[in-house]
Design a protein around this ligand. Sequence first.
Ligand code: TYD
Ligand code: MG
Length: 453
Amino acid sequence: MAKAKTVFFCKECGFESAKWLGQCPGCKAWNSFTEEPVIQTKVKGITNGTGSTAKPVPLKEVSSDKEERTLIGIREFDRVLGGGIVKGSLVLVGGDPGIGKSTLLLQMCRELSAGHKVLYISGEESAQQIKMRADRLGEFSGDVLLLSETNLDLIEAALEKEQPEVVVIDSIQTMYREEVGSAPGSVSQVREATASLMRLAKDKEISIFIVGHVTKEGTVAGPRMLEHMVDTVLYFEGDNSAAYRILRAVKNRFGSTNEIGVFEMTGVGLNEVTNPSEYMLEGRPEEEPGSVITTVMEGTRPILVEVQALVCQTNFNMPRRTAAGVDYNRVNLLMAVMEKRLGISLAGCDAYVNVAGGMKITEPGIDLAIVLALLSSYKNRAVDSKTIAFGEIGLTGEVRSVSMLSQRIKEAEKLGYEVCIVPKAKNARNVDGKPANIRLIEVGNIRELASLL
Ligand code: TYD
Ligand code: MG
C-alpha cells in the first residue's frame, strides 16, 4: 500500500515544507513544524457569487453604497466593530481561555435575537451547557438557534437550510472537514475551516463571528494566516485576577483599529464600563510616594491610570528590576536617562514598576509618569494626589510632546484633577477650549521635572 503523503506546516505562519525544519524560514520561529497529511481539495476563491467569468470593472462604476450595518445594542462592542456588524463580514474573536469570549458572543446573540435570526454553533459545549449560561444572562427577548456540531459539511448544510443573519462559531479550533484528514485544530483544518466560512459569509451575506483560542504567546492558535483571512480581528484581554476585560480591534477592514471596549465580568454576564478612568483608579492610595496618575490614549479615548514605582535598597549583587503593564526595556532606558541626566545612582537600588489595574500600556506618553513615580519613590516624597502627568522622554532627558493633548487634559479635568504636568511644547499652549479648572505645569526636561518634587 502506498504510504500516505505528508507535508510539514509551520504552526505560526503556515509555511509549508516537504521536510521537517528546526527553524521556520518564513517567520523564524523555532520548533514550530507539525506533520500533516496532504489533501487534494479544490480550493475555491471568493467569487462574486454569480459564477460568471472574471471581468474587471472600472473603479468609478463600482457602487459606493455604505456597507449595511446592524447595531448590536452593546455600545462598547458596536464601537469596537466600527459602528455595528457589517453584513457578510467575518470577525475573529481571540482571547485566553475563560476570559469571556463565549459569554460576550452569547450576550450579543441575546441582544440581536429581538429582530434577527441568529445561530450559535458550539463545538465545545452542548446545547444544555449553552442554555445554562444563557439563563445566567437573563431573559432573551427573541429566540436563538443552537447547534452543537463540529463537522463543517453539516454546518454548511445547516446554514443553507436556516439562512440566519448572524452566526457564531464557538472555536474554530474544534471545526473539521473530513477530507482534510488531520486532527481538528491543526494548521490545515483551521485554514480550511476559515476559508470555507469566509466563502459562506461573502456568498450568503451572513455575518460570522468565530472564536479563536490563543497560544501562550498570546496570538490566535493556528497560523498567523488566519488573521490575514478574516475581515476583523478582535482580542478580548484582561487580567484573570481583575474583573475588567478589554475588547480591542487589532485589524478592521470596516473601521478603525484604535477603539477599545471595556467590560466588567459580573455574576450575570459582562457589563459595559462606560467610564473606565474611574474604574481604573478605584482604591488608589493618596499622598503615598511612588504613585502617579497619567492619561493614556486608547484609540480616541483617554483613560486615566495609576503608575506605581517602588525603589529600594538592593540585597543582591545585581539589582532587581521588574515592570508590569509597561515595557521592561523602556523602564531600564528611563532609569539610565535618570542616572545620566539627574546624576543620581540607581545601581544599588531594586526598582519595581507597575500599572495598577492590570492594563498594558505601550504608548510612550507614559514615560513622564514612570520617571516621576520612580523619582517620587526614590526621594520618598509623594506627588500631590490631584496631579496628573504625561509626556514622552527622550534619551537626552528632554520631555517631548504627545498626541491628543487637549483630550487628555479634559479627561483629567472631568475627574476633578487640578494640576497637569505636560510637555513644554507648542501644542501644549494652544489647547483648544482652555481648561478653566486645571493648572498646567510645563516641563522641558527631566531636571525641571525633578525640581518639582
Ligand atoms: P467563558 O465565556 O466560557 O470564557 P471563554 O469562552 O473565553 O473561554 O467564561 C468566562 C468565565 O466567566 C467563566 O470562568 C465563568 C465566568 N462567568 C461569570 O463570572 N459570570 C457569568 O455570568 C458568566 C456567564 C460567566
Ligand atoms: Mg468558550
